[in-house]
Design a protein around this ligand. Sequence first.
Ligand SMILES: [Zn+2]
Length: 275
Amino acid sequence: MKRSFIPLDAPPADRTTPGWWFVFSRYWLLVLDLGEKADIPLLQDPKTIGLQSLEEIYLGTLEGIPCYAAAIPDSPTAPAGMSFQDIRNLHERLDRERLLISFRALHLLDWSQKTKFCQRCGGGLKTVPNQRAKECPNCGFQSFPRISPAVIVLVEWEDQCLLARSPRFRDGFYSVLAGFAEPGETLEETVQREVREETGIEVKDIRYFGSQPWPFPDSLMIGFTAQYAGGQIRVDGTEILEAQWFPFNQLPKIPGKISIARQLIDWFMTKHQNR
Ligand SMILES: [Zn+2]
């Protein structure tokens, strides 16, 4: 049986066998176009298809085949049969495992490109062999890929849920509330604070729902459900333009299937539809 993805830090000694190459130009991933579906190209090296990498990172193996991430300059030309696609639009074309490896690749490339120099002394950082780390030969400072935890929460009040519209959302859709954890805060406190700050609503019965890596650039979205405990909706008009209680059968325009936001809303709708 072919094995699924195994994360590894130490690259294979010889790179003569082809690998799955996750080639990115910003958020645009190089894919093999297979009609409705897409796949990751199996290549000897991006150079063999005329693409020059700025950065290359070994990721591990998928189905026993090595996986690599590569960053290339902007506005690349894809070879025949392939194209560059915004990773946020690939969830229906690429299988879930490849999509998550792409997220890993994007996150690590971003980290590596942002850590060329030491934060302490300004010297050049060197990759620590066979580890996901960089080190300063001058002062010993070490850098590891950073993950920024953010909560995302669906607040329920009987058969209604609290959704808000932010100026950051493309296409004017409504979504559940989200925000980054602050230093010294538990995730439950982050949920309470974000909902209070963004909508004026108090919540209780906070329950873990699930999580999703979100490498734009380095988040981990941690999903929760919560129950209405009090308060009236008020919004600041800048961070949040509008917030409303929506009945499960009268939802506004909501986010696409790729996001955990949508999984939370789908869970809420299914629960009430089946009553
Ligand atoms: Zn240093």
